[in-house]
Each structure stands twice: as C-alpha cells, then as structure tokens.
Design a protein around this ligand. Structure first.
Ligand code: HEM
Length: 563
C-alpha cells in the first residue's frame, strides 16, 4: 500500500510543504542536540579550569555587579594573581578564560584558526559594520590582504607632513594651558582625530567644513557610548539599550559619522572619474610602494628599534620598506581603496570601503590618544627620563623649530624606548578576546579550552611578568635596549597583538607618536604631580586613567639639560 498525498485545493498541506517543514523540524532538532552537547562539553571542560565558585544560571555575573570600571580592572588583576596563568569565569552560560602567559598567548594569537573575535565586539557593529576589526572568515582575510599594503612604510612616510602640521597645531592649542593643571587626553584625542581625518579620508583643516568638526566630536562620543556598554552590564542587552538615551544619541552620532564617510566617498569617486576623463590617473598602490624617487638616504637603515622588537610576532607588516614616495604623491587610505577598486585590483564595494574607513577612524583614534597621554604623564613624573628625551631631541634639532623628517624619527631612539616602555606598562588595548571555534590545548598546563569559549589574553598582566622583566612595575625605558630585548619571549610584549590579526596600524602609530610627542616635548616640559601608584586605571576596551591624564606644561627654553 502506498500513501500518496496529493495537493488538493482544500487540503492546506502539500507534499512539498510537508517535506519542507519536516526538514526544518529535523534541522532544528539536530541543531538543539548539537548545542546541548556543545554546552555540556563547555561546562564539563570549563569547570575543570580553576576559577571563582560560580552560581547556577548566572555563574560569576554578580562579581561585576555595581562595580566601577576601575574596580573591575582591580578585581581581574587580583584573579590573575590568585589563579596564575589561567582562570575561568562564567557570565551566565558564557565561558571566559583568561590567559596571562606568553606561551599560551602565542598558541592563540599565532594561529590561523583562532582568528574570530569574541561576541563582545558586537557593540561596534552598528558603527563599523563588517570592517577589519570585527569581521571574520574570508571577508576578513581578503580585506586584510587589501588593507595591510596601504600601511606600507612608503605611504606612511608621505604622511610625515600631516603629522608635523597637526602636531604644531596642537602645540599652539595647548598654549592657554601653560601653568595650569589640565587633562592632556582632550588634546591628544582632538589632534588624533584631525590626523586621521586627513590620512584616512583626505580631509584637512583647510578643506574641512563644520562637518569635519561634527564628525570628530561624534567619533569621540561614539567611543564613549561603546565604553559604557562594556562596563554597565545592563546596557549589554540590546533590548534594554534600545530604550535608553544612549541609543537615541548613538542613532544621531552614526548619522553624522556615516553621513560624512558616505559624502566623502561619493565626492572622491566623482573627482576620480573627472580626473580619469581628463587623463589624470592617480598612482597605483603598487607604484607608490615601488617608486624609486627618494627622500630618504638609501644608506640609512630604515628599520627602527620597534621593527626589531616586533620582528618575531609573525605579522604581515614587514614589506620591502626601501623606497620613499615623497610628499607630493600623498594619498589618503580612502583614495587608495577607491583607486584599487576602480582599477580592478580589489573587489570592494563602496559600502565595504565605508566600513574600512570607519574602522581605521575608530582603531586609530582612542589607542594613540591614550598611548600619547600616558607617555606625557610618565615623562611628567620622571623628569630625569624627560631630560634624556629632550637632550636626544636637542641633538637632532638643536634650537631650531624645523619640522621633523622621517630620517629624524630614526634617530629618536631613546624616545622610541620611552614609547615602548609606556606601551608595556600601560598598553592601550589591555586585553584581546577571541571566540574559539575548536578546542585548544594550552602550553602551561593540561587544561583544554573548549570550542565555544571566549579566550581573553591579558596583555596588561603579561607585560608586567617578573619572569620577563626585572622590576616589572618600574618605568624603565632601558627594558628596550637591544641587549635586553634580543632574548626575551616575543609574546611577552604584545601591545599591538601579534600574528595574523595583529594591529595593521602599528607602524603608522609608532611614526605618528614619535612626531607628535617630539614636537610637543621640543616646545613644552610636562610636569605631573600624580605618582604612578595613584593612577586610577580603567580597562574596558581601551586602557585609560579614570582620574584623568592631568599634567602641567612649561614652555621649553630650548637648551639641553647639560647646558
Ligand atoms: C598605540 C596605538 C595602537 C595600539 C596599541 C593598537 C593596538 C591594536 C591591537 C591590540 C589590535 C588587535 C585587537 C584585537 O585583536 O582585539 C589592533 C587591531 C587593529 N588596529 Fe591597532 N593599535 C594602535 C593604533 C592603530 C592605528 C593608528 C590604526 C590605523 C590608523 C590601527 C588600526 C587597526 C586595525 C584596522 C585593526 C584590526 C586588524 C585586524 O583585525 O586585522 N591601530 N590594534
């Protein structure tokens, strides 16, 4: 006997529909079984890892309740102390595993498999879409391949003029603060956005109208909202966030940010086609990175101290750095992306270009603003170290007011050590989080980190390990003397992360920091009355001082300390 279901006008259920619903039912069933198995495995393996006692359902969520960001930071450091290299925390059904040994960090960061960002990055999605920071899989891989070369040292050298001009502007802006105590982060944040507007989008102070200023303010405020969502746990739930004033504000800010990015892309494309019609074709990325015209003496070794410090981290930033494109051929990252999309080198849509430009604006902003602010505070405390920095600058520039060249930055070796040491003690990105797709066996113990867990690499803690640094809590730029770095574990210093997902802007950041800080320090002496042990740190997504980066400045007399 065979059963035939025929589609009749009144029956309401056709064979095809029945098959469809059965398949959906089966797939849902299988998915539930798979999830339960995965969750059971997560619980089983997760609970073998040491960590604070967890309550049913909510896990350790109460630990963070009612705590300020700096108290949470303090608590995390206490855990890292108590549980040594690996500790687990349950936030409801979510398993977080914190790793603070460079060997274990290397297993995760150097892998081509564990490259997916944790769910905590989702707050960036309305702003950055699927830009490089949060995308994964093939999209991330192909965009990384396209964007990494736009940070070629030749392109960066062409930004030296922009770095100088904006550094000079901020020196002028800071003048009214002479003799007062003020938060230097406000200034570092402003100048960083100005520099990014110019280097990422090609908008400078002369061409920038009100929308440039509004954009800069909106970027800063959006960073604030995302910080709030990280440490106020109720704001993590979209259902609650949508009913808060932050959501309305975010909506308005994103309109400003995306509005300007879209407008600039449209205008740039129009100009591109107008120029093309006139036969004016901008140089390609290939030409720019291979151009023989030269500003740098070919006999000068362009490798910096930082290049040597980071050489073991196996990223994709060490291209052939020999040639210099020169100022006249300066193109913003946006121009380079439009050009490569139009000439067929890269298959990238306008929408994707927008996501990448927005990502660069975010990643390049808060990180370098915090990094430079820490340096100015630390030098304000350690006057002897500041005097050495100034003496080095005096040796390069004398009492002249001339802007720095790329070659000058190669001679700023002590300043570079100061920057690296500051990034060691106060890494602007204090933790890096990844979601595991597969189980991982770590090096330092027998624990297996299960697929589905979020692994958090504790950069801040790794950087202060007595195993790798003599007197790890002491600010000592000599930690980066070549003789002290050459035999140190590469993953004991990872301010820019490492491996395939390392910071694509590392070289940009180091060059910019050297020009910005040297210009400020040639003009002002910084003084800080707050010792390091009184810094109140808050480490949500970017490490900052919640007590503010307070310093005083005095005009420089332009004589070396030994005079
Ligand atoms: C002192 C300054 C900086 C520090 C300490 C820093 C640090 C980092 C770190 C740790 C990551 C990895 C984040 C993670 O995996 O969660 C990262 C990624 C990234 N950074 Fe930076 N960064 C700095 C400056 C910059 C600048 C100036 C730019 C661009 C102009 C930039 C662009 C990016 C991008 C696009 C990514 C995502 C890379 C990817 O996932 O492939 N960063 N940065």
């Amino acid at each position: 006997m065979s059963l035939v279901l025929e589609e009749s006008p009144g029956s309401g259920l056709s064979v095809s529909r029945l098959v469809f619903y059965s398949l959906v039912f089966l797939a849902t069933g299988l998915w539930i079984v798979h999830r339960r198995r995965q969750q059971t495995r997560l619980f089983k393996l997760g609970n073998k890892i040491p960590g604070p006692a967890a309550l049913p359902l909510i896990g350790n969520a109460l630990l963070a309740l009612g705590k300020t960001p700096s108290e949470i930071m303090q608590l995390s450091l206490e855990f890292a102390q108590r549980y040594l290299h690996v500790v687990r925390v349950w936030l409801g059904p979510r398993l977080y595993i914190f790793l603070t040994d460079p060997d274990d960090a290397e297993v995760i960061l150097n892998s081509q498999v564990h490259i997916n960002k944790s769910d905590d990055y989702r707050f960036f999605a309305p702003w950055l879409g699927e830009g490089l920071l949060i995308s994964s899989g093939e999209k991330w891989r192909s965009h990384r391949k396209m964007i990494a070369p736009t940070f070629h040292i030749n392109i960066l050298k062409s930004f030296v003029g922009v770095f100088n001009q904006n550094s000079k502007n901020v020196v002028e802006k800071m003048k009214p603060e002479i003799g007062k105590t003020f938060d230097v982060h406000d200034y570092m944040s402003g100048v960083t956005v100005d520099i990014l507007l110019e280097t990422a989008m090609g908008i400078n102070r002369k061409t920038q109208d009100e929308s440039g200023f509004d954009y800069a303010m909106a970027v800063m405020k959006m960073c604030d909202i995302i910080h709030q969502r990280h440490y106020k746990f109720w704001l993590r739930f979209d259902a609650i966030f949508k009913f808060t004033a932050f959501f309305k504000q975010q909506f308005k800010l994103l309109n400003i940010i995306h509005g300007l990015t879209n407008k600039v892309i449209k205008e740039k494309k129009k100009t591109y086609f107008e120029n093309k019609a006139k036969g004016i074709i901008p140089p390609t990325l290939e030409e720019l990175t291979r151009s023989p015209d030269d500003v740098t003496d070919p006999n000068v070794d362009t490798k910096t101290l930082a290049d040597n410090v980071f050489k073991g981290l196996r990223d994709d930033l060490d291209f052939n750095d020999e040639n210099d494109v020169g100022e006249k051929k300066r193109l913003a990252f946006l121009d380079l992306m439009i050009e490569s999309a139009q000439n067929g080198t890269n298959n990238i849509t306008d929408h994707e270009i927008k996501e990448e430009v927005d990502t660069i604006m975010f990643e390049g902003h808060d990180t370098t603003a915090a990094g430079s602010s820490f340096v100015l505070c630390l030098l304000g405390i350690y006057q002897d170290i500041q005097a050495k920095v100034y003496d080095e600058l005096y040796e390069i520039f004398g009492d002249s007011d001339r802007p720095a060249t790329f070659e000058d930055t190669l001679h700023m070796k002590y300043l570079e050590r100061v920057i690296l040491e500051s990034l060691r003690l106060y890494p602007p990105v204090p933790i890096i989080a990844r979601k595991l797709k597969q189980d991982v066996q770590i090096h330092t113990s027998n624990y297996i980190l299960p697929a589905g867990a979020t692994v958090v690499i504790g950069t801040y803690k790794i950087h202060r390990s007595p195993k790798f640094y003599n007197k790890p809590e002491v600010f000592n730029p000599d930690n980066f003397l070549p003789e002290n770095t050459q035999n140190r574990h590469y993953y004991s210093f990872i301010p820019f992360s490492a491996g395939p997902r390392s910071c694509v802007g590392r070289k940009y950041a180091m060059l910019k920091l050297k020009i910005l800080l040297s210009t400020i320090l040639r003009n002002y002496k910084t003084i800080s009355d707050v010792p390091e042990n009184k810094f109140t740190l808050q480490g949500d997504i970017i490490l900052k001082r919640s007590d503010g980066f307070r310093v005083r400045i005095e005009p420089r007399k332009r004589v070396p300390s030994f005079a």
